[in-house]
Ligand binder design. Structure first.
Ligand code: FES
Length: 141
């Protein structure tokens, strides 16, 4: 049912953890399954390159695997290029997900966007196509 890559990222997720004083952080949740994902970004002020990206996911295996792959894909990209890391791109990099698990990859895209939004808000920057996260649960702690 799951591709080898999904199983591999699930068993051995990359970039798990937190970044102290992150440039941007975003937390998103899926109301239906109750899973939560938080993404931390460390961004170079001058070049706007994402130097580091870490995540914490309270969620299903597909959510863990997609967050892991998403962090790998955004690292080294500029904040503008990071917009290319859509849920489709993450799924393609994982050789696909079962249809019932597609929403899990959406969580990864939304978490990246929420973290980017946090950064742009703090720094007065605009990223084309980036919208305010539907639900920002950063404050609900
Ligand atoms: Fe909720 Fe996968 S079932 S993110």
């Amino acid at each position: 049912m799951y591709s080898e890559k999904v199983m591999e990222h699930f068993s051995n997720p990359r970039n798990v953890g937190e970044i102290e004083n992150p440039s941007g952080v975003g937390t998103v949740g899926n109301a239906k399954c109750g899973d939560i994902m938080r993404m931390y970004l460390d961004i170079d002020e001058d070049t706007k390159v994402i130097r580091e990206c870490k995540f914490k996911t309270f969620g299903c295996g597909a959510a863990v695997a997609t967050s892991s792959m998403a962090t790998e894909l955004v690292k080294g990209k500029t904040i503008y290029e990071a917009m290319e890391v859509t849920n489709r791109a993450v799924m393609a990099a994982l050789d696909g997900l079962p249809p019932v698990k597609v929403h899990c990859s959406l969580l990864a895209e939304e978490a990246i966007h929420a973290a980017l939004w946090d950064y742009t808000e703090k720094n007065g920057i605009e990223i084309k196509g980036l919208k305010k996260p539907k639900e920002d649960i950063n404050d609900e702690e």
